[in-house]
Design a protein around this ligand. Structure first.
Ligand code: ADP
Ligand code: MG
Length: 511
């Protein structure tokens, strides 16, 4: 027994030693493998970063391409991916407007009704009321009459709540600015035909109809003494509000769920509509810049996949690199790729393959996490993506991906803005028309204000900083002090009301 025990004992000792060797061997192997996998992940990041690079020379190419496409879109219908739609808005508010006006902002799942009081002399806008309401889901796919009756009823309730002091002047209708952010073919400043519904709406009998007329009829059915004075989209509202406060405002940009821009163009340059009679010699053009495209845009395989899996492939290419709807999904695709190539995000199931699970506020929260151990990043990875605790270096990697995506988005938006300035001859370069002498002297550079709205710019600090810095980079230190970006909070709705004032019978008409 004793010897058996000994043998067994030795056997055990030997067995353990072998086992330990195996364990040590596995650990070394694991370390080598994990280093190899880490290198793979770093390579994915580096390639992505390279693909997203936006050095200032590249941004200048985007600037030029934007200005050229704007020209092409103005030259002929379908001449560019930029639709460059006429808005028929020739006069922007100048601050002299007086009276009480209404705004209605319908652009998605919510709509807003508001009322402004204007006192002339660029007075502060008194805003006695704003009401925000969701559109009941069943109305988004019902009939035109039902939808507009619902909106008219809300307007009526809003007006009735006002009480005294806001009774419309005898025989005078209350005037409404209607912000309708769906594709419309404008037929006058106060009318336009719906081309198609987007954003979840689908009401067949509205398509092809004048949406102002639809609303006016609903208002009449309810006996409400109100009519649509102007029909605009949200960027035009932002420009109008900007111009009310500051007459140097000549363009507006929105970077929210989607992105778009408009600006004031000389009528002579709207070649596709020659003979366009304007009293002011200018008209606001709605660029629909989300659809801008240029081979100079830094595009990666992740962008290509995002586009091809989207419901609108080959559409809204610029928007897909810039706006709040998409930023998170680009980040998700990069992290997903990393998780497929290595185990740095763990091996268990995660939600990384769920499209659009990372919304842009989450990207902002991770990007701006300033805790030393990146607690917020860990929380979002855990709670939203169901990725268990990952080491600090992996959290840092995620932050870096957010940074690359957001930086590219902000810098491209900046290039777009400078492109508009270039088209207007306000970038200090003398415009794109060759041989045109606009006196390269910077002292002649006019102060230029761009109104800006949308949560990406207003609520995502790093996005805003990257955008501002890029504009300064592109323009250089001589020109950039002349260009001011001004946030127009609630510009889309308020601007519609103020523009209604500018177009009302008592409104003024100087730009
Ligand atoms: P909309 O464009 O729908 O009119 P907003 O201008 O408020 O409205 O933009 C909403 C978009 O901005 C959404 O895509 C949302 O995810 C995004 N967003 C909201 N807040 C933030 C934030 N703090 N950081 C980044 N993105 C944000
Ligand atoms: Mg908006």
């Amino acid at each position: 027994m004793g010897s058996m025990g000994k043998v067994l004992g030795v056997g055990l000792v030997v067995g353990c030693a072998v086992a330990m060797c195996v364990v040590a061997g596995t650990m070394v192997g694991k370390r080598v493998k994990s280093r190899r996998r880490w290198r793979k992940v770093v390579k994915i990041l580096e390639e992505f970063e390279e693909g997203c690079a936006t050095p200032v020379e590249k941004l200048r190419q985007v600037v030029d391409a934007m200005a050229v496409e704007m020209h092409a879109g103005l030259a002929s219908e379908g001449g560019s991916k930029l639709k460059m739609l006429l808005t028929f808005v020739q006069n922007l508010p100048n601050g002299s407007e007086r009276g009480v006006y209404y705004g209605l902002d319908l652009g998605g799942t919510n709509f807003r009704v508001l009322r402004v009081q204007l006192g002339g002399q660029r007075s502060a806008i008194l805003e006695p009321g704003v009401e925000r309401q969701p559109i009941p889901e069943h109305l988004m796919t019902s009939t035109s009459e039902e939808l507009f009756d619902f909106i008219a009823a809300s307007l009526q309730k809003f007006v009735e709540k006002e009480g005294n002091g806001s009774v419309a002047l005898e025989g005078k209708l209350r005037e409404l600015g209607f912000t309708f952010s769906f594709p419309v073919k404008q037929t006058s400043v106060s009318s336009g035909i719906l081309i198609k519904w987007t954003k979840g709406f689908s009401i067949h009998d509205t398509v092809g109809k004048d949406v102002s007329e639809c609303l006016n009829q609903a208002l009449e059915r309810r006996g409400l003494d109100m009519r649509v004075a102007v029909l605009i989209n949200d960027t035009v509202g932002t420009l109008a509000l900007g111009h009310y406060h500051d007459e140097d405002t000549v363009a507006a940009v929105i970077i929210g769920t989607g992105t778009n821009a408009c600006y004031l163009e000389r009528s002579d340059d709207i070649i596709k509509c020659q003979g366009l009679l304007t009293t002011s010699g200018a008209m606001v053009v709605n660029m629909e810049w989300g659809n801008f495209w240029s081979s100079h845009l830094p595009r990666t395989s992740y962008d290509i996949e995002l586009d091809s899996e989207s419901p609108n492939p080959n559409d809204q290419g610029f928007e897909k690199m810039i706006s709040g709807m998409y930023l998170g999904d680009i980040v998700r695709r990069v992290i997903l790729k990393m998780s497929q190539e290595s185990d740095v995000f763990g091996l268990s199931f995660s939600k990384l393959s769920t499209p659009f699970i990372l919304r842009s506020p989450l990207i902002a929260a991770m990007h701006e996490d300033d805790s030393p151990d990146l607690r917020e990043v860990a929380r979002i990875l855990g709670e939203i993506l169901e990725i268990g605790d990952v080491p600090l270096k992996v959290r840092k990697l995620v932050v870096k991906v957010c940074d690359v995506v957001t930086r590219r988005a902000a810098r491209l938006a900046a290039a777009g803005i400078v492109g508009i300035l270039k088209k207007m001859g306000r970038d200090g370069s003398g415009g794109i028309a060759s041989g045109e002498v606009r006196g390269g002297s910077h002292s002649k550079m006019r102060r230029t204000v761009v109104a800006i709205e949308g949560a990406l710019y207003t609520s995502y600090t790093l996005f805003r900083e990257y955008l501002n810095d890029a504009i300064a980079d592109i323009l250089g230190e001589d020109i950039s002090p002349h260009v001011v970006l001004k946030v127009m909070e609630d510009g889309s709705g308020m601007g519609a009301a103020v523009l209604a004032a500018a177009y009302s019978s008592s409104g003024q008409d100087t730009l």
